[in-house]
Design a protein around this ligand. Sequence first.
Ligand code: ADE
Length: 260
Amino acid sequence: MSTPLAPLAVICAMAQEKAALRALMSHIETRDLLDRKVTLGQLDGHDVVVAESGIGKVASAVMASLIAREFGCRGLVVSGVAGGLDPELHIGDTVIAHSLVQHDYGQLHDAGLKSFRPGVPPLGPDRADFAFTVAPDLVAKLQHIAGDIDLPDLPADLLPASAPKAWRKRRVIMGRILSGDQFINSEVVRERLHRDFDAQAVEMEGAAVAQVGALLGLPVVVVRCLSDLAGTDSHLDFPRFVDAVAPGAAMVLRQIVREL
Ligand code: ADE
């Protein structure tokens, strides 16, 4: 008889993101952890522990550390929504991280922010390795899975508040995901983040959980379905799309768990 694998810790910032995942789970049990309800169960036959952390880098890092230790998890996952940075992407597309950057960590000069690796003093000689990178063998597997997924079309009545882009099949790609304690609601900032970091999506937790994974020696997978495009209309698109796109991340994660 084979030994069961330790569970995966899954962090969702928001209730909608957790609910989308719960809808795909079986054998569900609830446990209390501090002031939170943590959901234990199976996703496609694999044990997972799912927690709603709250929004932002600190909230997600605390919850990831707690549930990883409490339940002896074998890996950390972040599942939910993000703002798109790459103009090639549409609302409803999904980005799986090959690398993650805390875009708000660093040294602030007159000319802007110089990035440093979170955890080291943001001073002194350059630290070029400010990104948390996913191991190449895991990236190769995730890439293969991304290429195989078909997500259902978004409901036809949900058109972006911004000018709708022409219809096409929803894409699932590998890319760089940025995290910071800011909701991006500016075309100028979207363009700068895309250019400076060569990044595809922005959210508020993934790179913090990546830092926890690096400290605990655990692999980290971040899956984000785009609720908005981080520009002038992101404050309108986010509430309009969050419920419709959150299940996209959960569906992609189910496929990942199935095949990893
Ligand atoms: N999560 C979803 N959309 C976002 C945005 N525009 N900025 C930061 N986090 C997000």
